[in-house]
Design a protein around this ligand. Sequence first.
Ligand SMILES: Cc1ncc(C[n+]2csc(CCOP(=O)(O)OP(=O)(O)O)c2C)c(N)n1
Ligand SMILES: [Mg+2]
Length: 280
Amino acid sequence: MDKILSLKQKAVSIRKRTLQMICDAKHGHTGGSLSCVDILVTLYFEILRYDPANPKDPGRDRFIMSKGHSAESYYCVLAEAGFFARDILNTYGKFNSPLAGHPVIKVPGVELNSGSLGHGLSVGTGMALAGKMDHKEYKVWVLMGDGEQAEGSVMEAVMAASHYKLDNLVAIIDRNRLQISGDTEMIMKLDSLAERYGAFGWHTQETDGNNIEELIQIFRSMPVVPGIPHLIIANTTKGKGISFIENQAGWHHKVPTPEQLEEALKELDLQMENLSSDAT
Ligand SMILES: Cc1ncc(C[n+]2csc(CCOP(=O)(O)OP(=O)(O)O)c2C)c(N)n1
Ligand SMILES: [Mg+2]
């Protein structure tokens, strides 16, 4: 089957599973989990080199989910990639489950305990520096939120990564233009993100973060410039895929009611049908 089609289908089924999990557990970060699905699917099923049977393989590419509150779609992708059984997703948020509201390293495939925003890029910088020192070929990918950019520690990492010439480090910003309480431009203006990273010596590019074809192209091209770290500003829609969730700050951590879940699953089923009919 066509590779792009199969990735798009995966993205739809991961959105379905994500919503189901959040509804069952009665908690979760709906908007941000949905905005980054296409980024996660493209990375895990087209770009990253890893062996789910050997998650600590020293040669693996590293992926850090710095916006750890988007744990639900991340868990679905890790299960789909084979790091753990899909059934474990049913335990999300329950007592004794390894799958808590924010990811921890006891979950196979998770590289960093995250959720306290602003730390992923620093740890990723350390991993990328270690890779250079050990003459390893792996790349380090860090996914951050746009609201997360307000954390000062992010800019310290930006400075260090440039100083150490870490061209094996790729930062991705899920630029959905919303954070927990509203529009990023109202709360902490970010529209000079590319210039800011550029001023610190990073190579920067923008893309449509919900377009799998574009994501493949830009991710495959990394590193475009040797000797400097790379930033991809991935423009996304928070709540992507569900009409009544898209672009609503209130859906940051709102949980769908069973009726809303049914409505959402219908929309996603329709998207799946459209994908299949486009293919025929
Ligand atoms: C250090 C820290 N401060 C506050 C929070 C609470 N918090 C959780 S999500 C969030 C908003 C994040 O917005 P953004 O980075 O834009 O994420 P997304 O839109 O992708 O959900 C905040 C403030 C946190 N997790 N960590
Ligand atoms: Mg955001």
